[in-house]
Ligand binder design. Structure first.
Ligand SMILES: [Zn+2]
Length: 124
């Protein structure tokens, strides 16, 4: 089977979230936001910690994308990067919309991976 592109994966995930959201009861009060994360990158630091890049999707009458990068180094001084967007319609091209944020997050993650000295949690 051909590997799906990132844009296809994101669009598929948005479709699933919308379906799960819409399946809950009829009134707005009964509906709870649905979340999902699509992995978008992984970097390893010299000390063996990992810096993850992901796209968090929140469906709540539309899709709200948040690009995040997170270092799992224990005691890392600056472990987070985050860029949020407002709500988009569920048929928006979310991957295209967050393209620049993702590029920025990957750049942050790579630079962070090159300079972070925090050890992974649980390391001796
Ligand atoms: Zn770090």
């Amino acid at each position: 089977m051909a590997r799906r592109t990132f844009a296809e994966t994101v669009a598929g995930e948005v479709g699933c979230l919308r379906e799960m959201y819409n399946r809950q009861g009829n009134g707005f009060a009964e509906k709870k936001a649905k979340h999902s994360v699509v992995q978008a990158g992984l970097f390893q630091t010299a000390a063996d910690a990992r810096v993850y890049v992901g796209l968090e999707l929140t469906y709540d009458m539309g899709i709200k994308p948040t690009v995040k990068a997170l270092c799992d180094g224990f005691g890392c001084a600056d472990p987070r990067f985050e860029r949020s967007r407002g709500r988009l319609s569920s048929d928006a091209d979310v991957a295209e919309y967050v393209k620049d944020d993702l590029a920025e997050a990957r750049k942050w993650a790579q630079a962070h991976a090159e300079s972070c000295l925090a050890m992974p949690e649980g390391a001796e």
